[in-house]
Design a protein around this ligand. Sequence first.
Ligand SMILES: Cc1cc2nc3c(=O)[nH]c(=O)nc-3n(C[C@H](O)[C@H](O)[C@H](O)COP(=O)(O)O)c2cc1C
Length: 185
Amino acid sequence: MTDAAARRVLFLLSSARTGGNAGRLAGRVASGLGPDDVQDWQDLARPPLPRFEDLRPSAAPPTGRLADLARAVMAADDVVFAAPVYWYALPAPAKLFLDHWSGWLDLPGMGFADALRGKRLWLITTRADPDPQVAEPLERMMRMTAQWLGMDWRGALHGVADAPGEIAQDAAWAAAPGFLALRPA
Ligand SMILES: Cc1cc2nc3c(=O)[nH]c(=O)nc-3n(C[C@H](O)[C@H](O)[C@H](O)COP(=O)(O)O)c2cc1C
């Protein structure tokens, strides 16, 4: 890592299995961070997040685990979603987490929208099908989300693997330690 400034990096997992490929690839990505960088790992699937209720234009402030997660996002310099491709899309827990963001954006006094602006957003995916088109809808959805939120979209690392551990044989494994390097966007 060439950038000297310490970063706080939030890794958001969402696979339906533990020890899977997306989490392993994210771990390999994290190995490229500097010794002063702070890592925060959160699994959006465990424990399950509460359902999202659309109360706009009003909203309920997050409590419990959701409040912890909201604070983790707001504190991070870099937010990294590490997700398997499920049906060309994000796994449900990650999508549900983003739905909760919608409720927080207009919440008076929370400052969530302001905190997101300019924050770096990254995506790590794994999928079984080697066809690169398979991960495109997910990447596009995250890129457009970043643009809409005024976040700093930094791109995606896509791995191909199916059985747990297969990811270590994929080309993404070798590229992973350099993935979060800070280059001009
Ligand atoms: C519910 C579900 C849906 C999936 N959908 C796709 C898909 O659309 N395209 C694909 O290539 N692989 C798909 N897969 C395979 C996973 O993306 C692949 O096994 C991946 O490595 C799992 O990552 P993980 O070990 O981190 O859970 C799917 C797997 C599951 C369980």
